[in-house]
Design a protein around this ligand. Structure first.
Ligand code: 0RA
Length: 637
């Protein structure tokens, strides 16, 4: 908690309640913004921008301006009505100050029906304020301009009228508190991605972005809304029909919007939002959408004799092959579930979305037979490919059994049969694989070497990759099956650990595997079973003392600690340069090692990279990987 200077203490003498609220936020920031790492840091921006978006939803704001300053501060400006400044009837202070210290910005005034709220969003500006070293708000309203400044959530002076002003709006600048956050560096791409997303979801608003660190600027304004969003997802792809299908309906209090368009690829890219929040873990709205899609297309195909027998049918996977889709629902009281609060739980929404999408899609297809035909042909082809793949799988399964135990020959399995304690290390290269085999604890650690080259020889669709012998060995080792048949109960290892070199090839294979997991076995990632092992980059030695360093910063710290003189720094380029004991000690053994748990966001990033990897040109590909090596959230084990 901040200590108050005498002046501030005097000003705040009557505000015990406010100070208690602030100290609660500062004591347990994670309860309010999820975490204090990079994700939590960015959450501050989302919270402030969401409040301006609420003003857009109320129909009172058309421009938002977000600036990342070079000194780590952020400014968000909107041309909404301005946060009210008149005295709050209950607290006898300007409403602005109450909004900044206690209340949710919209709570008293109900600015819009579907507020950005629930889960970690909509926690209130007072939370951002409490977690900022300082926060300055400027409001233009009723012909005047007002300012107030806060430090660590507490006002340093009363709200002040500083002059006259034209128009209305709110300007907020804040500096995240170094006492709270582990990192203070905003990621331009992350911010841009969210602003772009918001501009698709709220076509009324133009969002201007500037990053003063690299002098980049961009403006996001998409009058076409989620239809343009889908067109954007399909950019550079061959689409089956030129304009995305757009459906809009209301069921009870829930507003449902869907845009979708097929491409000639094989993946399903469905983005789902609830009150503008990206529900990366899906939920009832996504379940409703999927079941409507499957039902509607089956009915349509059957009525028009695209399916030969009654028994034959299109599965969910069939109808989602090559799909790009954005689902945006507005729910009155959303319940968000799961670790990251990114999954919708409201059970009533499933039926609402299912009914709306079924009715509107059936109607659309009735009126656009050419579109209907093109996507049914695609889905029927997918069904045929699925059947062929099933036969091929059956064959390998039988063959696998003949070869002994059903497990791939390359796998050095562990003794334990309790998946909860078992770990599978997927190791790049036969030689590192050999070292890992020697260094492992064979009781619970299994090793599967994979060749880094597989990606280059498989410049093809993901499905074809599944025919690759190495990938098949991996899938058999993991045990769950893939796609709709995925069964986590059959998972043979509760930790699936990628152990690759810290170079381009390592990034290559990691991207490939994460994409495979994300697309074909997403539950493996959402349930937190996938990890990345961290191998040291340096060994720093002086005399008989030595330290391992996992980053350049750690290396520099170690050198300082030892005193620069006589220090020997050895750089490790690959896993293969360590002996078995070293690899075990630094990277594999619980206690000494650091494992990074892969999040859905990591996987989404990998998925984006994958498309670049599959491109024809080698150089941009290498370059891109080096620039964008998948980052992951830290988790010490
Ligand atoms: C409460 C009531 C009104 C507007 C706002 C809050 C408001 C909050 C934020 C936060 C960022 N920008 C904002 N703009 C407006 C409506 C007051 C009225 O009726 O004039």
């Amino acid at each position: 908690m901040a200590t108050l200077t005498p002046e501030r203490a005097a000003y705040d003498a009557g505000s015990i309640q406010i100070l208690e609220g602030l100290s609660a936020v500062r004591k347990r920031p994670g309860m309010y913004i999820g975490s204090t790492d990079a994700r939590g840091l960015h959450h501050l921006i989302w919270e402030v921008v969401d409040n301006s978006i609420d003003e857009v939803l109320a129909g009172c704001c058309t421009e938002i301006r977000v600036t990342l300053h070079a000194d780590g501060t952020v400014t968000v400006i909107d041309n909404g009505r301005g946060i009210p400044v008149e005295e709050h009837p209950r607290y006898h202070k300007p409403t602005l100050e109450i909004v900044m210290t206690v209340l949710h910005a919209g709570s008293k005034f109900d600015r819009s029906t579907y507020k950005v709220s629930g889960g970690l969003h909509g926690v209130g500006l007072h939370v951002v304020n409490a977690l900022s070293e300082w926060f300055e708000v400027r409001v233009r309203r009723d012909g005047s301009e007002y300012v107030q400044r806060y430090e660590r959530g507490a006002p340093v002076a009363p709200l002040k009228r500083v002059g006259s002003a034209e128009g209305t709006g709110t300007e907020q600048t804040f500096k995240p508190d170094a006492q709270i956050f582990e990192t203070l560096v905003f990621d331009r791409e992350t911010v841009e991605r969210r602003l772009k997303e918001l501009s698709f979801l709220n076509p009324q608003v133009a969002i201007h972005f500037e990053d003063e660190r690299d002098h980049s600027t961009s403006t996001f304004h998409h009058a076409g809304g989620i239809t343009e969003f889908v067109a954007d997802l399909n950019q550079g792809k061959n689409v089956l029909f030129p304009t995305p299908i757009y459906l809009h309906a209301q069921r009870e209090q829930t507003d449902i919007e869907v845009a979708l368009q097929y491409n000639d690829g094989y993946n399903d890219t469905t983005l789902a939002f609830v009150n503008n929040i990206n529900t990366v873990d899906g939920g009832t709205h996504v379940v409703g959408l999927r079941s409507a899609l499957t039902r509607t297309l089956n009915d349509y195909a059957r009525e028009r004799n695209f399916l030969k027998t009654d028994k034959e049918g299109l599965t969910g996977e069939d109808v989602r092959e090559g799909l790009a889709c954005v689902l945006s629902v507005k729910v009155l009281e959303p319940q968000f579930e799961g670790q990251t609060k990114a999954k919708l739980g409201n059970s009533e929404v499933k039926g609402q979305v299912e009914s709306a999408v079924h009715d509107k899609l059936a109607e659309f297809l009735e009126e656009h037979p050419a579109v209907g035909q093109s996507l049914i042909i695609k889905a029927v082809e997918a069904a045929q490919a699925r059947e062929a793949a099933r036969k091929a799988r059956e064959l390998t399964r039988r063959k696998g059994l003949l070869e002994g135990g059903g497990l791939p020959g390359k796998l050095a399995d562990c003794h334990s049969r309790d998946p909860a304690e078992c770990e599978l290390f997927i190791v790049e290269g036969d030689s590192a694989g050999g070292t890992a085999k020697q260094g492992r604890d064979r009781e619970f650690q299994a090793i599967l070497p994979l060749r880094g080259k597989i990606l280059n020889v498989e410049k093809a669709r993901l499905d074809k990759m599944l025919q690759n012998e190495h990938i098949r060995a991996l899938l058999i080792a993991i045990g769950t099956g893939i796609g709709d048949e995925l069964d986590l109960a059959k998972l043979r290892y509760h930790k699936v650990i990628l152990m690759t070199d810290a170079d381009v090839d390592g990034a290559h294979i990691r991207t490939l595997l994460l994409t495979l997991f994300y697309r074909k076995m997403p539950a493996l990632i959402t349930e937190g079973y996938v990890y990345i092992a961290q191998a040291p980059l340096y060994r720093i030695q002086k005399g008989t003392k030595f330290l391992w360093a996992y980053s350049d910063e750690e290396r520099d710290r170690a050198v300082k600690e030892f005193g620069a003189k006589g220090v020997v720094i050895q750089r490790y380029k690959g896993l293969g340069e360590m002996n078995a004991g070293q690899l075990a000690e630094t990277t594999m053994k619980p206690g000494g090692r650091t494992l990074l748990r892969v999040t859905v966001e990591d996987a989404v990033k990998a998925d984006g990279l994958f498309s670049v990897l599959m491109g024809e040109e080698v150089e941009p590909r290498r370059h891109y990987i080096q620039e964008h090596a998948v980052e992951v959230t830290n988790l010490d084990i």
